[in-house]
Design a binder for this molecule. Structure first.
Ligand code: GUN
Length: 282
């Protein structure tokens, strides 16, 4: 079974578009997401374009703020501060990674937790781990939505997450734990990665290494969620999973592109609506 993230994402976006129309009529203003990009990294530019397109589709207000690679940290923080103060803005997203001269953590912490649609602010990360209601990072939420849509049972089963980033690996492990999975976080120093992966009923891979998970690392029938998006030498986009060899033995698998990617963007729309509703109700 191929888990069609593109189709699932489209369906959810259609629902949100209707919800946004109703909310905008009720409250007299649209949800507003401001997206900030620094520099011209082609992958980042492409992601940001997709995000803006989705906001337009869903009927949001918003602004794309494009800053030169050379912008100072001070100036970036000033722009974020301005958006924090602007009552019209519900969500602020700064596309990562940032140039080396800018302290990424300082930027994340400058965004008001109420407008932190990425769920990266330490306040929101802490709330996630303390089981408090909060903004949950988009990609992990997209992974969980795909697992749900694929009908994969979670309770009591072994989930192996490969990768321990703050953006994906760690939060997705927490969300799987919340669904009563037994969770292993594997990474580059895991002694026998193949053996660990083979124990997974649910295998979530977010390492950023093209096609590193091969068929011998996957239990027959497992659900495989591939978070990786890598452009390889011949220009193709591939995941962290070797799709050709793994698909025949997996019970269900996400393709790249068209798997997790579209869901991340859809969950960003959902988070923006959540921030909007929280702020309306204050
Ligand atoms: N770069 C890669 N993934 C993400 C994400 O989810 N949010 C932001 N802001 N930057 C990213």
């Amino acid at each position: 079974m191929i888990i069609d993230g593109k189709q699932i994402a489209q369906h959810l976006k259609e629902e949100m578009r209707e919800q946004v129309a109703a909310l905008s009529a009720q409250y007299g203003r649209k949800p507003c997401l401001d997206v900030i990009i620094v520099g011209e990294n082609p992958a980042s530019m492409s992601y940001v374009r997709s995000k803006i397109k989705a906001t337009e589709y869903c009927g949001f207000d918003g602004e794309l703020i494009q800053l030169p690679e050379t912008v100072s940290q001070e100036e970036l923080l000033r722009i974020i501060g301005e958006r924090n103060e602007n009552d019209h803005v519900d969500g602020i997203l700064v596309q990562l990674p940032l140039p080396k001269h800018i302290d990424e953590q300082a930027v994340i912490e400058a965004i008001s937790p109420e407008k932190d649609v990425d769920g990266f602010h330490p306040t929101n990360v802490a709330k996630l781990w303390l089981d408090q209601k909060t903004i949950v990072p988009c990609t992990p939420m997209g992974v969980m939505a795909l697992l749900e849509q694929s009908g994969t049972p979670l309770q009591g089963r072994h989930a192996v997450v490969v990768g321990r980033s703050n953006i994906v690996g760690k939060p997705v492990a927490k969300l799987l734990l919340d669904k009563n999975c037994t969770v292993t976080i594997a990474h580059s120093r895991t002694a026998d990665l193949a053996a660990t992966c083979r124990e997974a009923d649910i295998l979530v891979v977010a390492v950023g290494r093209p096609q590193m998970i091969t068929a011998d690392m996957v239990k027959p029938g497992a659900t495989v969620i591939d978070v990786g998006i890598n452009r390889i030498a011949d220009g193709r986009l591939v995941g962290d999973v070797d799709y050709e060899s793994v698909a025949p033995i997996a019970g269900a698998i996400t393709p790249v592109p068209g798997g997790v990617g579209p869901m991340t963007i859809t969950m960003l729309m959902r988070n923006t609506i959540e921030c909007y509703k929280q702020r309306i109700n204050k």
